[in-house]
Design a protein around this ligand. Sequence first.
Ligand code: IMP
Length: 194
Amino acid sequence: MRKIIFATGNQDKMKEIREILADLDAEVLSLKDAGIKADIVEDGRTFEENAQIKARAICEMTGEIVLADDSGLEIDYLNKEPGVYSARYMGEDTSYRIKNANLIGRLEGVPDEQRTARFVCAIAAAFPDGRIKTVRAAMEGRIGYEEKGGNGFGYDPIFYLPEYGCTSAELSMEEKNKISHRGKALRAIKDELR
Ligand code: IMP
């Protein structure tokens, strides 16, 4: 069976990744499963660049097929902030209570139609022969007026999905995976790996 390494240390992501890639007939390993310790500087300007940097670095270290993702929230009214800085916005250790309250505050008085936003996920696949494939997917929504819902993580409680009438933190994990940026990007990269 061929091996695929997914360059993440996040176990929640690995669960979702294994579920979606289950029918690929490949053993999908996390960095930890593969015994890799790497501190890669994500200094790309785009989600695609960051995913490629990570995938290529681990592929060169291991000689295996490596997938890596990079994701974040783009708010149109804030010129697509926090974007590639989503995890680092206001500091890596600042709680999402504070980050979410800050973003809602920056949108004070901004009407619904100007509160558009999206979660973006880029996934890169690096192959030992040097090829690299990259996909991008998004989930469109709007920034809400208060935090709602206890599922998900990060910016989910302020990410309102008009078609569903709730935030992405009010969806179950299964419901979110069907429509999420990461779920869509994983299904797209799977097609590239077949
Ligand atoms: P990374 O791709 O693991 O580096 O995540 C980037 C950051 O984007 C996360 O730390 C969150 O702040 C944000 N983010 C990405 N995807 C989601 C999501 O599905 N829900 C909430 N926040 C997200």
